[in-house]
Structures are given as C-alpha cells and as structure tokens.
Design a protein around this ligand. Structure first.
Ligand code: SF4
Ligand code: SF4
Length: 313
C-alpha cells in the first residue's frame, strides 16, 4: 500500500515576517540549521532505502524551506527515485526556482502562498506563470483577510487561468467582525472550495486516512498520525516500528480545521477532488465542477469556530 510522509523538521525560520503567522520572525542559528540539514539528510536516506512501497513526501516546514539548499537538493533527489510518486512542499515562492530544472518535474508539487505585504504581485505572479509554463503542479493560496480582498481579486485576474487560487478563512477574524454574506460570496467566487476551509470539521470518531496511509514525521524520526495529534505511534528509524503502527484509526480530536488535516477525512471525499494534486492542494477537476461539488456538500454540519490556527495550512 502506498504511504505519504508529511515531514516537518526542526527548521523554524522564515525570510518573511507575516504578522498573521505564529511562526514568523523566528531565527535559526548556525547550529540549528546544521541540525535541520542533518535531520533532512537522514530522512531522505530512509526514503531512498524504503523501496518496497510507493511513497509520497510532503514538506510542511514551520518556516520557509526552499531558501535552504538542502531542501532544494532533497526535492531533486527524491523526484528521481522510482518508488517516490510525489514530492511536494509548502513555500512562499521567494527562493530561486532554477533547481526544478534538475528535478523530475512531473513528480513535484508546490503549495505556494502569497503574502502581499512581503512581495509584489508582479514578482509573485511571474513565478507562478513560470511554474505553469514548465508544467509543475501547483496551487496558490492567500489568507482571506478583509483588507486583502482587492489584492485577492487582482491576484486572481493576474494568475494563469489554470492555476487554482485557494483562500484560507480567517476563522478568528483577529477579534474583529466575522465574514458577512457578501464576504463569503466574494471568497467563494474566488475559491469554489472555500466552504471546506471556513469551518472546523467535527472529526472525533470519523475515519481519517492518517495513521494508515499518511503519517507525520519530525526531524528525530518520531512518527505521529498527523501534525495535530501529539501521540507518537512509531519511530521511523527503528526497523519494523512503522509497519507495526500503520492501521486504520478514527480521529481522536474534536475538530480538524487545517486543509492538510481534513483533506484526509474519508467522508469529505476530497481525494477525488484533488486527485494527484492532493498534497499541493491542486484540484484535478475544473473549477466549475469544484463549485458544484462543494455546493452539494453544504457544510451545515460544521459550525464556524473562533479558534486561531496556522493561517496558511
Ligand atoms: S505565513 Fe509563511 S511566509 Fe509568512 S512568515 Fe509564516 S511561514 Fe513565512
Ligand atoms: S481528522 Fe485531522 S486531527 Fe483528526 S486524525 Fe485526521 S488529520 Fe488528524
């Protein structure tokens, strides 16, 4: 059975400092960067040796990883392994993308986030057009802050028509006013799947593919079912440990509000929506079809939650 490993090493720094990001403005000193590099090398070595099953890898760093050469090198290396079917990463798209020329681009996925306070639309959009022209699977995302609405509209107009633009709901509204109906209508026009992100999905007891077909791995090789359930289930580097751990498990948490979590809830059926682009959040279906499916699945079961969470996950 295929397995997806969602890797988050110790790297915690970012070259941007978005005020809505709980991980902004952290610094990694040289020792911390060296530790992150060693941890990644060990992880890549494990993947290279694990040839008995099909693997996908998704890098979800706290900060920005593509500004570090070892992540760019890892993507190139992993993309050329026959048993690796996908290698995806979350990025602010600020780093040079020339490394992709060395990769098997048919296997790479980029989850690109746009931060209007830290780059220009022209610069960001030019990079997305390069990605689209080179056939790299990608999505683009923004935080649905009301002060960004005009920028979101301009971004949608400037992106390639084939690039999916998603909007992450500000569930806490920063202590301000919740979205109005007009706000929701606007954001849903931009992102036909906005309704899925607008809520914390009740998840306790529901079937979620994490722990069986998807696992989270940290820099020490501690395996958890997902980033949101703290209990360790295996040690990646102890022979046999992972195989003994993998099995179906219902979700133990009350709710799941981040895309990288709820996308694995089986009854949301989002694997069908995203297809091969499930890690980088790039839907397989045309936007009009997405809108139809999202409407059919009215989210009346799930009430909006005031809890703050990672804004771009
Ligand atoms: S939201 Fe992304 S780009 Fe902005 S500071 Fe956080 S990690 Fe960096
Ligand atoms: S539903 Fe979310 S919180 Fe629950 S196990 Fe799945 S990914 Fe983790």
């Amino acid at each position: 059975m295929s397995l997806t490993l969602v890797y988050r090493g110790p790297l915690a720094s970012c070259n941007y400092g978005c005020e809505y990001c709980p991980f902004a403005k952290r610094r990694d000193d040289r020792a911390a960067l060296a530790r992150d590099r060693r941890a990644l090398a060990r992880f890549v070595g494990w993947i290279a040796a694990e040839t008995t099953r099909e693997l996908s890898v998704f890098f979800t760093p706290w900060g920005e990883a593509l500004v570090r050469s070892w992540y760019r090198d890892a993507i190139v290396t992993l993309s050329h392994l026959a048993h690796v079917s996908r290698v995806a990463i979350q990025t602010n798209l600020s780093a040079p993308l020339r490394f992709l020329e060395q990769a098997d681009r048919t296997k790479v996925g980029l989850w690109c986030t746009y931060h209007p306070e830290w780059t220009t639309r022209e610069r960001f959009v030019a990079r997305v057009h390069d990605l689209a022209a080179s056939g790299v699977s990608h999505s683009v995302g923004v935080v649905g802050l009301r002060r960004h609405f005009s920028e979101i509209e301009a971004l949608r107009a400037a992106l390639p028509a084939s690039t999916y633009l998603w909007v992450n709901a500000v569930k806490s509204h920063g202590g301000g006013e919740p979205y109005t109906e007009d706000d929701v209508a606007f954001l849903t026009r931009v992102d036909p799947l906005f309704s899925f992100n607008r809520v914390h999905h009740p998840s306790r007891g529901r079937s979620c593919l994490t722990g069986e077909r998807v696992v989270s791995v940290d820099g020490d090789g501690v395996v958890r079912r997902c980033h949101f359930v703290d209990q360790a289930i295996a040690d990646l580097y102890e022979p046999g440990s992972l195989d003994r751990a993998l099995r179906p498990r219902p979700c133990p948490n009350a709710t799941c509000g981040c895309h990288i979590g709820y996308v694995h809830l089986e009854d949301l059926d989002l694997y069908r929506t995203y297809g091969d682009g499930v890690l980088e959040r790039a839907p397989a279906a045309p936007l009009i079809e997405l809108g139809r499916r999202a409407n059919a699945r009215s989210s009346s079961r799930c009430g909006p939650s005031p809890a703050f969470e990672t804004p771009l996950r």
